[in-house]
Design a protein around this ligand. Structure first.
Ligand SMILES: Cc1ncc(COP(=O)(O)O)c(C=O)c1O
Length: 418
C-alpha cells in the first residue's frame, strides 16, 4: 500500500473548535501561503495546503525510488473520483477525468451528434474564451449556429437566453460564476427549461466548485466541467467532467482509449480484446489513457477538507467575507461591479472600469495605481477585464478583508503614493 493518499483531513485530526471563526482560523494554519500576505487570487489559482504538499512529497518519494505501486495509483484515482462526485452530489460513474475545463467542454462538444442548423445558446460577453471556441469550432465544422445574448450589466441574462431557445437548440451553456465580473448565474432556471425540452445543459463551474455548494440534480445540469487549480486548491493539468448518466449513455465519445472500454473486472490495463467492446458505464467512457496521478493525489486532501467542513458551510463563510469586502469597497467609493453586495455575489469581488480585453494592467490610471499599492503591500490579486479582481476562499479571514480596505483608504489618502 502506498504511503500517500487516504489521509484524514485536517479538520478531523483535531477536536473541532467551537466557533465558525475559530474553525476557519484552524483551517487557515494549514495554508502556508496565507502566513505572509493577503491572498485574494483564488479565481486564478487556489492555495494548496500543507497536506497537499505532504501527499505530493510521498508520491514523488516513491517515483524517485523506482518502486511505484500502480494499483495504489488506480486506487487513488477511484477514491478521488468518488470524492469529486460527492462534492457535487453525483455518482462516481458520472465523473470522467480531464486535464482542464476546456477538455471537459470539448468532450461534450465533440461527441454530440450535430447537424447543420442545430444551435447552441450562450452569452459571449461574459463567458471565458474556453467556453466559446468549442462552439465556434462546431459552427465552422458542421454549420451549427452559435446564438449569443448580450450580458445584462455584467450578468448572464437568463431570460434572454430562454428567448433564443427553439426546436433546433441542442445545447445551452453558461458559467455558474463568471471569471469577471464574478457574478452568479441563475443556473436552476436554465436547467429546468433545458430538462423539459431535452436540451443538453452544460456548465463551466470552475469559478464555483470548491467554494459554492453544488448539487447537480437540483440544478438540473447535464454536464459540468472544472479544473482543480482554483477552488479545489490542487494542481494545473487536472479537471473532471460530470456527465449525467442518462445523457452519457446516449453519447458515443469522439475519442476512445483503454479506460473508455469495459473489459470486465480484474482485467489488466494492457489487455486487448478481440475488437468487440462495450463502453464504460456513464461518464467513465470519456476517460482515456493514463491519469494525472500526482494531480489526483494533490487534490485529495482538499476534497477531504471540503467534504468534512461541508460545502454549504464553506460557501456561507467565504461569501460572508466577500460581502464584507464588496460593502467596504463600495463605501469607500470604488466602482464595485454590481454595486453593494447582493445575491449576484459569490466569492469574487471586482472593482474598477470594465474593459473587455484588458487583463494585465487595468489601463485606467486610478486602478493601475491602486493595484500597484496593493501588490507593493503583499496583496495578491489579478486584473481581469480592466478590473481589480479579489477572490476569496476558506483560508481567508476578516483580517485579510480589513487589510485590503485599510490599504485602499491609505491609497485614497495619498499615503500610498497614488
Ligand atoms: C470560467 C473559466 N473557464 C475556464 C477557465 C480556464 O479553462 P482551462 O481550465 O481549460 O484552462 C477559466 C480560468 O482559467 C475560467 O475562469
Amino acid at each position: 500500500m502506498a504511503a500517500f493518499g487516504g489521509r484524514r483531513p485536517m479538520a478531523q485530526t483535531a477536536t473541532k473548535p467551537a466557533s465558525k471563526a475559530a474553525l476557519f482560523e484552524a483551517v487557515r494554519k494549514e495554508f502556508p501561503g496565507t502566513y505572509d500576505k493577503v491572498y485574494t487570487n483564488t479565481a486564478a489559482r487556489g492555495l494548496p495546503s500543507r497536506q497537499t504538499r505532504a501527499a505530493l512529497d510521498a508520491y514523488l518519494d516513491q517515483l524517485v525510488d523506482g518502486r511505484v505501486d500502480k494499483q495504489a495509483n488506480f486506487n487513488a484515482i477511484e477514491r478521488v473520483r468518488s470524492k469529486f462526485a460527492q462534492l457535487i452530489k453525483a455518482h462516481p460513474d458520472e465523473i470522467a477525468y480531464t486535464k482542464n475545463v476546456s477538455e471537459g467542454l470539448n468532450m461534450i462538444a465533440g461527441s454530440l451528434p450535430w447537424k447543420a442548423a442545430d444551435n447552441v445558446v450562450l452569452c459571449r460577453d461574459v463567458e471565458h474564451p474556453n467556453n466559446i471556441y468549442p462552439w465556434l469550432n462546431l459552427q465552422r465544422r458542421f454549420g451549427v449556429e452559435v446564438r449569443s445574448v448580450p450580458d445584462r450589466d455584467g450578468a448572464i441574462d437568463v431570460d434572454a437566453m430562454l428567448g433564443l431557445i427553439d426546436d433546433r437548440t441542442r445545447l445551452v451553456t453558461v458559467a455558474t460564476v463568471t471569471f469577471a465580473p464574478g457574478f452568479r448565474t441563475d443556473v436552476e432556471t436554465l436547467g429546468r427549461v433545458c430538462r423539459e425540452k431535452d436540451i443538453f445543459f452544460l456548465v463551466d463551474a470552475v469559478q464555483s466548485v470548491g467554494v459554492v455548494a453544488t448539487d447537480v440534480e437540483k440544478l438540473k445540469v447535464d454536464g459540468l466541467a472544472v479544473s482543480t487549480q482554483k477552488g479545489l486548491c490542487g494542481l494545473y493539468g487536472m479537471g473532471f467532467l460530470y456527465c449525467r448518466r442518462a445523457w452519457a449513455e446516449r453519447i458515443t465519445p469522439a475519442a476512445l482509449a483503454r479506460f473508455s472500454v469495459d473489459l470486465g473486472p480484474d482485467v489488466h490495463e494492457a489487455t486487448m480484446g478481440d475488437g468487440h467492446y462495450d463502453l464504460m458505464a456513464g461518464a467513465r467512457r470519456f476517460d482515456l489513457g493514463n491519469y494525472n496521478y500526482p494531480a489526483a493525489i494533490a487534490v485529495e486532501p482538499s476534497l477531504d477538507l471540503q467534504l468534512d467542513l461541508g460545502p454549504p458551510v464553506i460557501e456561507d463563510y467565504v461569501c460572508g467575507l466577500s460581502h464584507r469586502l464588496a460593502a467596504g469597497l463600495h463605501q469607500l467609493g470604488l466602482r464595485v461591479s454590481g454595486g453593494p453586495p447582493g445575491p449576484h455575489l459569490a466569492h469574487t469581488v471586482t472593482a474598477g472600469k470594465y474593459a473587455r480585453n484588458t487583463h494585465e494592467s487595468a489601463g485606467d490610471p486610478d486602478s493601475d495605481a491602486l493595484y500597484k499599492h496593493l501588490t507593493d503591500n503583499d496583496v495578491i490579486l489579478t486584473v481581469r477585464r480592466g478590473m481589480l479582481r479579489f477572490s476569496l476562499h476558506l483560508y481567508n479571514n476578516e483580517a485579510d478583508v480589513d487589510r485590503v480596505l485599510d490599504l485602499v483608504r491609505e491609497w485614497q489618502g495619498g499615503k500610498g503614493g497614488a
